[in-house]
Design a protein around this ligand. Sequence first.
Ligand code: PLP
Length: 353
Amino acid sequence: MEIRVEKAATLKELPDPNTLVFGKTFTDHMFLMNYDAGQGWHDGRIVPYGPLSLEPCAMVLHYAQEVFEGLKAYRDPQGGVRLFRPADNAERFQNSCQRLCIPPIPVEDFVEAVKALVRLEERWVPGVAGTSLYIRPFVFATDPSLGVHASHSYLFCIICCPVGAYYKEGLSPVKIYVEDEDVRAVRGGTGFTKCGGNYAASIRAGERAEEKGFSQVLWLDGVERKYIEEVGAMNVLFKVDGKVITPALNGSILPGVTRRSCLDLLRDWGCVVEERRITAQELFDAAKAGKLEEAWGSGTAAVISPIGTLAWEDQSVVINGGKIGDLSQKLYDTLTGIQWGVEPDPYGWSVKL
Ligand SMILES: *Cc1c(COP(=O)(O)O)cnc(C)c1O
């Protein structure tokens, strides 16, 4: 793939790495590539970051034919920059595209585009502990038409923003509410894809949970509303009676790169890991029997987010005394150690630029 580069005439002043807010400050450049029927993907280019121009009738604005990804670039102790399993994001992007009838982008082109942009934006990868450069690739339908069908033209775009340390004073467990009204996804739908539409459907439950004093919701399956699916926009794992259990990927759950990495590490450490259906009832029974030892969410943003309190209807349980458990902490330390290049990486997950 050829990438044309048009550099910004003036560069922005770098923000203070100690006070970065997620998703507010963007770097100097962005990657763009167009798709047109008959021509395929073409005109890959890096240009100054700035507004896009769209017809009001652009298909994405009406029918939400759009998918995205999220990954990070990390500054290692030698001053180099690393990505974490970027080909996994590229493959998931392809799967998301296929479900939404968007022409997929070859894995190598996706990774190359990310690398080219991050290389140009290297000075934006912060060096303060826990900080990173968040990378947001996304693609959307641009046909100027209100007809409901797959668009014939698309724009693929990558933008980046420096992000602060997620945990400034150690990992603090959060309060989670089991959502029994709204559902996030159903099998046969788009739950396994990273599409904006899934997020649109999830916002109301998140807002309500916050009003009730919780950080996020625990999603139940969309058919029987019995089985655990995810926590907020993270995958969810539990340690019950010495074993780690997590919902199996059933079509409505997002296959997280962090989830997969947790499971790989746990199996290597000799833990018993089960990917299967888990009812909310099973969890609350385990908690009451004193067997729900740890619970945590996994995702690129927080890596590991321990759950301290779980509430469902009129029941509420506190997990591990509301403190982070040893296994959650070990997963966090190992994963972040590999991501920042300070721990050995026998898996080849950490990719130097
Ligand atoms: C992105 C995402 C995750 C986590 O995936 P990672 O690859 O680990 O960042 C989990 N659930 C949902 C709904 C997501 O969108």
